[in-house]
Design a binder for this molecule. Structure first.
Ligand SMILES: Cc1cc2nc3c(=O)[nH]c(=O)nc-3n(C[C@H](O)[C@H](O)[C@H](O)COP(=O)(O)O)c2cc1C
Length: 211
């Protein structure tokens, strides 16, 4: 995949390089939104360190001429035990948003997890690709809204729900707070959120109305 930054095309050779490329390509407030954790970010750092502590035990003297990492998740086939986690607001990074992500999932034969706070609707994502799709929800105070969303996802061919239980309140994300205070782009950012809330279709509920 070629990533174009201004005049320059670069081929990342390591997935971590996407972070640096994103930093150069995105407005600061959007990069901070994707990149930042809550408060002093101890949990974020600890999560990253926890991954660094995981190592693979190499198997030796085995036939590696044909490697097959395919498996199933909840009975649905995937080319590797890796799927797209639900993450919010992809349109901050690309005008096609989650539709483009879902197409990438289809191209890689993996499963697309669509966020409750998606910037594309379930219908847009469903009609744009044939990837197996799971939909992420919170349990809202208004149970009828949660039920409506589940039914809507089901109607659009989503095969499973990803229930997020660790966000009864939004974290205190200090970079976002600062960016809102100092950035002239703040208005657009807030505008995007309120559009989402108003449309009742593009990530229309925010976690603070959930339990
Ligand atoms: C920018 C960003 C947005 C996210 N948005 C959501 C979301 O809308 N819903 C959700 O359930 N999880 C969300 N997550 C959490 C991810 O789905 C995932 O659980 C988390 O990033 C841990 O996986 P990782 O270690 O691969 O990053 C988000 C994570 C990030 C970094």
């Amino acid at each position: 995949m070629a990533v174009f930054i201004g005049e320059m095309a670069e081929e990342p050779v390591n997935v971590n390089e996407f972070q640096e490329l994103a930093k150069r390509a995105l407005p600061k407030m959007y990069f901070d939104f994707y990149n930042g954790g809550a408060e002093d970010q101890y949990t974020l750092k600890e999560n990253m360190e926890a991954f660094h502590r995981i190592t693979f035990r190499p198997r030796i003297l085995v036939d590696v001429s044909r490697i097959d990492m395919s498996t199933t998740i909840l009975g649905y086939p995937t080319s590797a035990p890796i799927m797209i986690a639900p993450t919010s607001r992809h349109k901050l990074a690309h005008p096609e948003g989650e539709v483009a992500t879902a197409r990438a999932a289809a191209a890689c034969n993996t499963i697309m997890g669509l966020s409750f706070s998606s910037t594309c609707t379930v219908e847009e994502v469903a009609s744009s690709c044939n990837a197996v799709r799971f939909f992420q929800i919170y349990v809202c105070k208004r149970r009828d809204l949660t039920a409506m969303l589940v039914q809507r996802a089901e109607r659009n061919g989503f095969k499973a729900m990803i229930l997020t239980v660790d966000s009864p309140r939004l974290g205190r994300r200090e970079a976002d707070i600062k960016n809102r205070m100092i950035s002239p782009q703040l208005k657009n950012f807030e505008g995007l959120l309120s559009t989402e809330v108003a449309s009742m279709s593009r990530g229309f509920l925010l976690p603070h109305i959930c339990i």
